[in-house]
Design a protein around this ligand. Structure first.
Ligand SMILES: [Zn+2]
Length: 317
C-alpha cells in the first residue's frame, strides 16, 4: 500500500511516498504565499504528483494522502495563515484535496503527525505513551496515547508551546504571557536579543547572522553564537532550556509518559548537548522518582511530519 504524506512548512511543502516502512520518493516545493484556498489545493495536487513521479508511480497507485498542517485541525478543516498559502479563512482542506485527487485525504496537526511518525518508524517505537516536542521557530507538541494520536476534543491537544511556565511572564506570540514558546521559540529569542541589544547589552548574534549572509537569526546562527561563548545567547538558551524543562515535566507529570522525543530546527542544530542539558533541568521537576521517562532525539529529522502524515493516511484509509 502506497500513501503520500505532506508536511506544510512556512518555507516549503515537503511530500513523501511511503510504501511499508520505506520512503520511495519525495519532493519539496516552495509554500505559495497567495492564491487562496483553491490555488493552494492545486499546489498540493502538483506536489503529490511530483512525489509520486519521483517514486516511479502514478497517482492512481496511491491509496490515500495525509497532510500535516500547523495549527488546529477539526474534521479536515484548518485555519488559514502564512504556512497555508496565505489563505485568510478557515477552510475544508481535506474535502477539497480529496475531490481534487479522487483519493481519501486525512488532515492532522503537523507535530501530532511527527509524533505518529516517530512512534511507528522512529525514536519512540514500542512506547505506548509519548510526547513529541518540536523546538524551532515556535514550539510545537504532539501526543500519542495508548499508541493512538491524541488530538483532544477540539483538535487543540499537544500545544506544549502554550503551556504556561511563568504566570504573568514574557509575552507570547499567542497574546498570552509566560508560555514555553515565549522563552524557547527561536522567534521569541530573537526578539529578546533585539530588546537586550537595544538596551545596551553586547551580543555578536546579529553580526554572525550578517557574516553568514542570513537576513534573519537562524538556528545555525544561534548555534554559532553559543559556540563563540556569546553571553547573551548563552543566557537566552539557558532560559529556553528551563522553560522547556518545566513545560515538558508538567506534561509528563500529568500523563506519566514513557518517551519524550525532541526535534525541530533549533533542537536539531544544538544537538546532543541541548538534549542532555534539558534532561538535567527536567529531572528534578518530575514527580515520579527515579524518573522513568526517556528524553530522546527525533530519528526521522525533517521528514518526520511527512512520514507521520503518510502513516496516518494509511491507518485511516
Ligand atoms: Zn502562547
Amino acid at each position: 500500500m502506497s500513501t503520500v504524506g505532506i508536511d506544510l512548512g512556512g518555507t516549503n511543502i515537503y511530500a513523501v511516498v511511503l510504501d511499508g516502512e520505506e520512503v520511495r520518493g519525495s519532493t519539496k516545493r516552495p509554500t505559495p504565499t497567495e492564491g487562496g484556498a483553491e490555488g493552494f489545493v492545486k499546489e498540493l495536487r502538483r506536489t503529490t504528483r511530483k512525489a509520486v513521479e519521483d517514486a516511479g508511480l502514478d497517482v492512481a497507485d496511491v491509496d490515500a494522502v495525509g497532510v500535516g498542517v500547523p495549527g488546529i485541525v477539526t474534521d479536515g478543516s484548518v485555519d488559514g495563515g502564512p504556512n497555508v498559502g496565505g489563505v485568510s479563512e478557515r477552510f475544508p482542506l481535506g474535502d477539497l484535496l480529496a475531490t481534487e485527487l479522487s483519493t481519501p485525504v486525512s488532515v492532522i496537526n503537523d507535530v501530532t503527525a511527527a509524533a505518529i511518525g516517530e512512534h511507528r518508524l522512529g525514536a519512540a517505537q514500542g512506547a505506548s505513551n509519548l510526547l513529541t516536542v518540536f523546538a524551532g521557530t515556535g514550539v510545537g507538541g504532539g501526543l500519542v496515547l495508548d499508541g493512538v494520536a491524541f488530538e483532544g476534543s477540539h483538535g487543540g491537544a499537544g500545544e506544549l508551546g502554550h503551556v504556561i511556565v511563568r504566570q504573568g511572564g514574557a509575552m507570547c506570540g499567542c497574546g498570552r504571557r509566560g508560555c514555553v514558546e515565549a522563552y524557547a521559540g527561536r522567534r521569541a529569542m530573537e526578539r529578546s536579543a533585539e530588546r537586550a541589544q537595544a538596551g545596551g547589552r553586547a551580543t555578536r548574534l546579529f553580526e554572525i547572522a550578517r557574516e553568514k549572509g542570513k537576513d534573519r537569526v537562524t538556528s545555525g546562527v544561534f548555534k554559532a553564537a553559543l559556540d563563540e561563548g556569546d553571553e547573551l545567547v548563552t543566557a537566552l538558551l539557558g532560559e529556553a532550556v528551563e522553560a522547556l524543562a518545566a513545560g515538558i515535566a508538567s506534561v509528563v507529570n500529568l500523563l506519566d509518559l514513557e518517551v519524550v522525543v525532541l526535534g525541530g530546527g533549533l533542537a536539531d542544530k544544538l544537538g546532543e548537548g541541548f538534549r542532555a542539558e534539558l534532561e538535567v533541568a527536567m529531572r528534578p521537576l518530575l514527580f515520579l522518582q527515579p524518573p522513568e521517562v526517556r528524553l530522546v532525539r527525533a530519528a526521522l529529522g525533517d521528514s518526520g511530519g511527512a512520514i507521520g502524515a503518510a502513516v496516518v493516511a494509511r491507518e485511516r484509509a
